[in-house]
Design a protein around this ligand. Structure first.
Ligand SMILES: [Zn+2]
Length: 466
């Protein structure tokens, strides 16, 4: 009898331990996404800011994994299915946002979009799949999305919207606004904090810069739904997170400025670190925890333009936001994940001396200095070349390479050389290589090895006990 009692007590104790595990180790998740922040961009940003032997804040995170990013139909993904894979666990086609795998972004060869309006058929082209943000909201948590791009752009949209083509940004905006007629009811009372750019998709064409063709002013509907709405950095700074629970900040008609320009021109937009801090302070008031997505979105845009300097500056700003979050979050109950949605084609060339500026020209380590100056390495055409170049990019094909001998390749607007020239209307493409994932805090133990991007969804979901 006594033994039987002991066994019963043991079973009860095991059951209680199991249910504690099922509840999840993390109450809170902060999911950081550096758009296009491939491994080389991380290395170049580290050298740019902290030197070869230094470390970014994200590199101090406890655990590292390697992520395969291909989409359902493409070897090289675009941002939509890659972020959606993290958010939903489903592999979908390029351009598709948080829809089932059978969803097509094209009707034959015609994209399901007209201007900024979606033309996705209402039925017969896939169904919405739940996102981590929606699941968190349903569990009673506070939720938020913060970005430097338009809040309707692919990465933030993948957290809260479902659409067969990412370019239907008028419809994406309507999905996040209660009372718009297209509100995504899976968001319950709505996304608690939304910060970024893209107000043009929230205001009608009758207002300067507005793109909405349905005449709606979604900013007015947001206020009706109980949101505080701000559109300048100054107004944002005056928001008291202790007395604010629902906040939308759209600080630009389009994307926010690149960090380099925001600082240089004293633009009245908040930094990504400041937006991250305010979001955490508002969301963490919820006793059931929170889910927050933070995107460094313009890293990708600068890389598409083969403007390495702005990409590195935006990566540093993204890394500073991670540092801010680490200073605010309690890692005993908060999981922090930092990753990218895809790579780009930037690479680091040559054998420059250690300490040579990463935006500079490659120096020849085999040569001694001449009159105190390092000798530049030369290509077959006897001309110098930069450490950073791109595998492809826009611009006209040149008969001969530019002589960079007296060019300041660290200037703000210098565009790196490219291998394959895609033409004047072209834009550097994403890279198909794997990306890094770094994590720390509650429930990070499983984020290791090489895994497909869809697996990350399940790991975050388990960490949250959802
Ligand atoms: Zn992307």
């Amino acid at each position: 009898m006594q033994n039987k009692f002991k066994i019963c007590a043991l079973v009860a104790a095991l059951a209680s331990a199991t249910s504690a595990l099922a509840a999840g180790e993390a109450s809170n998740v902060i999911f950081f996404l550096g758009d296009g922040m491939g491994p080389t961009t991380i290395t170049a940003s580290r050298i740019y800011k902290y030197g070869e032997a230094g470390a970014l804040n994200m590199e101090a995170l406890k655990r590292t994994a390697r992520i395969k990013t291909y989409s359902k139909d493409a070897q090289t993904t675009d941002s939509a299915p890659s972020m959606a894979a993290y958010m939903t666990g489903v592999k979908m086609n390029n351009e598709v946002l948080s829809m089932s795998a059978d969803t097509s972004a094209y009707n034959g060869t015609t994209p399901y979009v007209s201007g900024a309006n979606s033309t996705c058929p209402a039925t017969g082209n896939g169904t919405a799949v739940s996102t981590l943000l929606e699941l968190s909201k349903a569990a009673g948590k506070a939720v938020g999305a913060v970005t430097t791009t338009r809040i309707t752009h692919a990465t933030p949209a993948a957290t809260y919207a479902h659409i067969c083509h990412r370019d239907g940004e008028n419809d994406i905006a309507a999905q996040v606004v209660p009372g718009s007629g297209k509100f995504n009811s899976a968001l319950g009372s709505g996304v608690d904090v939304l910060l970024g750019g893209g107000s043009k998709f929230f205001i009608p064409t009758t207002t300067t810069g507005g793109k909405r063709t349905d005449g709606q002013d979604l900013t007015a509907l947001l206020k009706t739904a109980g949101y505080t709405y701000v559109n300048t950095g100054t107004a944002f700074n005056s928001i008291n997170p202790a007395t604010t629970s629902k906040l939308v900040g759209l600080f630009n008609l389009d994307h926010l400025n690149y960090e380099l320009d925001r600082v240089k021109n004293s633009v009245d937009e908040p930094s990504l670190a400041d937006m991250t801090e305010k979001a955490i302070k508002i969301l963490s008031k919820n006793s059931k925890g929170y889910f927050l997505m933070v995107e460094g979105g313009r890293i990708d845009h600068a890389l598409h333009g083969t403007n390495a300097k702005r990409a590195l500056e935006d990566t540093i700003a993204f890394d500073d936001a991670i540092k801010r979050a680490l200073s605010l979050a309690d890692l005993k109950n908060t999981l922090i994940v930092v990753t990218a949605d895809h790579d780009h084609t930037m690479t680091i060339n040559g054998y420059s001396h250690k300490g040579n500026p990463i935006l500079g020209k490659v120096t020849d380590i085999t040569q001694t200095t001449v009159q105190g100056k390092r000798v530049l390495a030369k290509a077959a055409d006897s001309l110098p070349y930069t450490a950073l170049v791109f595998g492809n990019g826009g611009g006209p094909r040149k008969a001969t390479r530019d002589d960079l001998t007296s060019v300041d390749t660290a200037a703000d607007d210098y565009l790196q050389e490219v291998g394959v020239v895609l033409g004047s209307a072209g834009s550097e493409t994403h890279g198909g290589g794997d990306v890094m994932l770094m994590s720390t805090g509650a429930g990070n133990a499983t984020f290791k090895g090489t895994m497909v991007n869809t697996k990350v969804f399940g790991l975050v979901k388990s960490a949250l006990g959802l």
